[in-house]
Design a protein around this ligand. Structure first.
Ligand SMILES: Cc1ncc(COP(=O)(O)O)c(C=O)c1O
Length: 375
């Protein structure tokens, strides 16, 4: 049996968890949370990183920081996870879905500007599969229309666009450390803050609407409720687990990239014969091999391939059902323009097993089975 995913384990997790227990502080913002945040800030070159209990929570914080109000519009692709939209819907926003590009499955940057209205407050590019959206174009549109940019970089940890880490290009970046991601704490995430002027507001939102962070720094002699907020701190045990993963980030990245390249090479002849398509990574993007997907001719062929591989003990997964076609998507949003690619391409896409430690002989077995199917 070859699973679709197994969460990464580096071997150092127990050691750090024991250290966290010995530290006698299990709640948030202890030494391991701080160590992870410093690692993120230094590695990705951003003003401030805050660990959060999930990427969903980081997105919710970002929605509060841009001060979304009922009736505001937020532009994003429909081909994304529900949390991308929910974070803004929770604050009363209307979601405006824009079509994707078939090559990267990312939002089509050339369709965004036509979707901007007087009510538009933010754009949320989602870096699908860890491959960057066309950020220069998106940032230019945002600048000219005075819009906030919140990068959903849930899948983009360790990826870059023109040399800049994903999550550090927009005003805010949201990362995920869910156990399906390249680096994990079970459930976890981070908010990257690229706006130094928003630091105090972010700390208040994250600390239940209090100025406790200023109190802990000795800037005020007591802390109190100063604004609306919530609890967006993960426990130290999760941060200790994550710290072990971040310490091995480069090794994990290299391992995944090697698997990705192996898939790409083995499946190239099938693409050349016109039987399937492999992912495309634009030259200005360095990806993190978050996933390896192929595209079949259509949904019927995909179902047959899923079953074929299942028979061979190989677990695969398709991905998002476009949000605009769901009950909540219809209620909370609208699709701007034509759905030329979103639905059709999502029905063709199939993700093959990809995880840290995937073996060469497993990839050979998987690609051999895919070849057998097309024969
Ligand atoms: C694009 C995208 N955004 C957000 C999330 C939410 O991440 P989390 O599970 O850490 O809340 C995911 C999770 O799969 C995702 O793929």
């Amino acid at each position: 049996m070859i699973p679709f995913n197994t969460p990464p384990v580096t071997g150092d997790e127990m050691y750090y968890i024991q250290e966290a227990i010995a530290n006698g502080k299990l709640s948030g913002d202890g030494p391991f949370t701080k160590a992870c945040q410093t690692w993120l800030e230094e590695t990705f070159n951003t003003t401030k990183a805050y660990l959060t209990p999930s990427c969903t929570h980081a997105l919710e914080m970002a929605a509060m920081l841009v001060e979304i109000e009922p009736g505001d519009e937020v532009i994003m692709p429909s081909y994304t996870f529900v949390s991308t939209a929910n974070a803004f819907v929770l604050r009363g926003a209307r979601i405006v879905f824009v079509d994707i590009r078939p090559d990267t499955m990312n939002i089509d940057e050339t369709k965004i500007e036509a979707a901007v209205t007087e009510r538009t407050k933010a754009i949320v590019p989602v870096h699908y599969a860890g491959t960057a959206c066309e950020m220069d174009t998106i940032m230019d549109i945002a600048k000219r229309h005075n819009l906030h940019v919140i990068e959903d970089a849930a899948q983009g940890v360790m990826s870059t666009y023109k040399g800049r880490a994903l999550g550090t290009i927009g005003d805010y970046g949201c990362l995920s450390f869910h156990d399906t991601k390249n680096y994990t704490s079970g459930e976890g995430g981070a908010l990257l803050l690229n706006r130094p002027d928003k630091q105090e507001q972010a700390e208040i939102i994250r600390e239940k609407g209090t100025d406790r962070s200023r109190f802990l720094r000795g800037q005020v002699d007591k802390y109190s409720w100063v604004d609306a907020g919530s609890s967006y701190l993960p426990a130290e045990l999760n941060a200790a687990y994550l710290y072990a993963q971040l310490q091995h980030a480069q090794a994990i990245n290299n391992d995944r990239l090697a698997s990705w390249e192996m898939y790409a090479k083995a499946l190239r002849p099938l693409e050349e014969e016109g039987l399937l398509k492999r992912p495309k990574v634009p030259a200005e993007c360095k990806h993190n091999a978050h996933m390896f997907f192929i595209k079949t001719a259509g949904i019927k062929e995909r179902t047959a391939l899923v079953n074929w591989l299942k028979e061979a003990g190989i677990t695969t997964a398709f991905h998002y059902v476009p949000l605009h076609s769901s009950a909540a998507g219809r209620r909370f949003g609208r699709f701007h323009g034509t759905d030329r690619w979103t639905t059709g391409e999502s029905e063709r896409l199939l993700r093959l097993p990809m995880f840290y430690g995937l073996q060469q002989d497993q990839i050979e077995e998987i690609t051999e089975q895919v070849r057998g199917f097309y024969k």
